[in-house]
Write a protein that binds this ligand. Structure first.
Ligand SMILES: N[C@@H](CCC(=O)N[C@@H](CS)C(=O)NCC(=O)O)C(=O)O
Length: 203
């Protein structure tokens, strides 16, 4: 049975969503980050980065949330990775883009607003992130014009991984109203039963 380490309210969240999408049976393993359990030897043996999430499937273990999702799709629902080589390339493109380009400014703002006391906030970091984020969201909005899915005609891992980052924009109360295509796409995604289960886990 698959074990997924972490809570749905962290970077592990997209893996819980993916597990629901692919319909694999799994056990959730809580890691008490407040108590520093993610930095203890037992957990470091699974993920030497000391970060959440990690997946263990029998004697196989894997870390990095996007890599975990690619594994889950390949193993349990390969159509999520795209049908043709070209679509597979595009799914990989959006997955890489969402973690390497879209997520960093979102996380920069999140860290400053949530973890750094107001008098210690680095306003340079916040301003740079607030400039970069609209550029990234405009790219996403343009790609979604007239489409319900980022790649081909159907929901894929590109949608799941990218939407999982857009959800953090909501958490930092970044105004998504100007991105009408992104909103429409998120509404379509919001109807997915697996997504709704994931939302319930976060509440
Ligand atoms: N790139 C990693 C990021 C994981 C990550 O930063 N996880 C956070 C929780 S949301 C964490 O474990 N932070 C603890 C730390 O950095 O020490 C992934 O997507 O899996």
């Amino acid at each position: 049975m698959i074990k997924i380490y972490g809570s749905p309210r962290t970077s592990a969240g997209r893996c819980f969503w993916c597990l629901e999408e692919v319909g694999a049976a799994y056990d959730k393993v809580d890691v008490d980050m407040r108590a520093g359990k993610h930095k203890e030897a037992d957990y470091l043996a699974i993920n030497p980065n000391g970060k959440i999430p990690a997946l263990v499937d029998g004697d196989y273990s894997l870390w990095e949330s996007m890599a975990i999702n690619t594994y889950l799709a390949a193993e349990y629902k390969p159509e999520l990775l795209g049908e043709s080589s070209k679509d597979k390339g595009l799914v990989n493109q959006w997955t890489t883009w969402s973690i390497a380009e879209l997520q960093p400014p979102v996380i920069d703002i999140f860290i400053q607003m949530v973890f750094v006391p107001e008098d210690k906030r680095d306003h340079g970091i916040i301003e740079r992130a607030q400039t970069k984020l609209p550029e990234m969201l405009s790219i996403l909005d343009g790609a979604l014009k007239g489409r319900d899915a980022l790649v081909g005609g159907n929901f894929s891992l590109a949608d799941l991984n990218t939407a999982s980052v857009v959800m953090i924009c909501e958490a930092i109360r970044f105004d998504l109203k100007p991105y009408s295509e992104v909103n429409r796409w998120m509404d379509v995604i919001g109807q997915r039963p697996a997504f709704q289960k994931y939302l319930m886990m976060r509440s």
